[in-house]
Design a binder for this molecule. Structure first.
Ligand code: ACO
Length: 337
């Protein structure tokens, strides 16, 4: 049986750092409020002159991951791009990334699963590998949030949490009888709660998809979120979905060396630790530096955890989990070779 093995990771965030104090210059917020409620100290945003999309950030992350894996773009036989902020409405960012990599026939798939994009992506890569449909997969999570946020006080609850960034993972099928690679994954969605966190426009379901005047005329171009409802849902569903994957992999929390949760709010991840009765040093946090980079958040954290040698030695096991817009939620367990 083929197992899905991570051969290399990479990340990229734009150099432009926006501190909480910077935000307080154009909206009614404060460093104290943001730190206390979310744990975020700063985020990276592209420069707001335009011309940088999610695929551009993804390309830079992919270059690093490919180099770490010792692969060239020509080695790839499948590309998966997870994003909620595609460069353009269509075609997908996976196609745009494929072209940036200098390719012209490698299949490319976009995944629109927001904060669980990486979890849906790694499960898809694993399924393709196990089905014999691909052997070398590039999975990228990339987001440019900053060009689509309401930067007035009206949008402060959402705008302060999002950062731009991308990360990439090279995944290869390995024929082995060993229990390694992706050991289990569990995915869920509840579309009944779609409007708890969404950006409505542009929308094909509306008779007039093209706006009159500027997009800022219509608030539906900005993300809206029922933050407290999502917070409560995350604290309730994440432990359940973690246990679901542990059961599938026939493991317990003691077997896990590091938990890498989606970085949406440090308080959610601390509450998760308390609920699971797991010491906080077994949970990876980097939301302080990047905010919520959505589909990029788990792979950025994975890349940093490996670079910091928090995890990655043969036999070590990492557990990923996240919940976000959709609503979607999931978890996955990976054992290093
Ligand atoms: N600065 C100052 N005050 C603020 C800000 C801000 N940036 N944002 C909101 N407030 C105010 C509100 O107006 C409100 O004021 P009021 O009491 O006078 O009405 C007060 O702070 C409390 O607002 P809440 O929304 O209840 O604050 P909460 O503690 O819930 O924090 C937050 C908000 C950070 C958004 C939190 O709810 C959260 O993190 N939710 C989960 C987010 C999440 O996980 N999203 C999913 C992933 S994202 C994705 O999938 C794309």
């Amino acid at each position: 049986m083929k197992q899905s093995i991570i051969k290399g990771t990479g990340m990229y965030v734009p150099p432009n750092v926006i501190t909480n104090h910077d935000l307080s210059k154009f909206m009614d917020t404060s460093d104290e409020w943001i730190k206390q409620r979310t744990g975020i100290e700063q985020r990276h945003w592209i420069d707001q002159k335009g011309a940088t999309g999610s695929a551009d950030l993804g390309f830079k992350a992919a270059e690093i991951a490919l180099e770490k894996a010792g692969w060239t773009p020509e080695d790839l036989d499948f590309i998966i791009f997870a994003t909620l902020s595609p460069d353009i409405m269509f075609p997908g960012s996976g196609c745009l990334l494929q072209a940036k990599l200098g390719l012209n026939s490698t299949p490319a798939l976009d995944i629109r699963q927001q904060c669980t994009g990486f979890l849906y992506g790694i499960a898809t890569a694993d399924a393709y590998i196990k089905a014999g449909m691909a052997d070398k997969v590039l999975l990228v999570g990339g987001e440019v949030h900053s060009s689509g946020l309401d930067k007035s006080t009206r949008g402060r609850d959402v705008t302060v949490i999002f950062g731009d960034g991308a990360a990439a993972v090279c995944i290869e099928g390995l024929e082995t009888d060993e229990k390694v690679g992706l050991l289990a994954s569990s995915l869920h969605a509840d579309g009944n709660l779609a409007d708890a966190l969404m950006t409505e426009l542009p929308a094909s379901r509306l008779p007039k998809r093209c706006p009159k005047g500027l997009p800022t005329d219509d608030l539906r171009y900005y993300p809206v979120m029922d933050g407290p409802a999502i917070f409560k849902k995350a604290v309730r569903m994440l432990p359940r979905v973690i246990n679901e994957s542990l059961e599938k992999a026939q493991l317990t929390l003691e077997d896990i060396d590091l938990i890498i949760p989606h970085q949406a709010n440090m308080r959610i991840n601390q509450a998760l630790g308390q609920f699971l009765k797991v010491d906080d040093n077994k949970i990876f946090h980097n939301i302080q530096k990047y905010g919520n980079t959505t589909a990029a958040s788990i792979p950025i954290a994975l890349h940093e955890a490996i670079e910091q040698e928090r995890v990655g030695k043969p036999g070590e096991i990492v557990l990923f989990a996240g919940l976000g817009a959709g609503l979607t939620w999931g978890s996955a367990i990976y054992k290093f070779l």
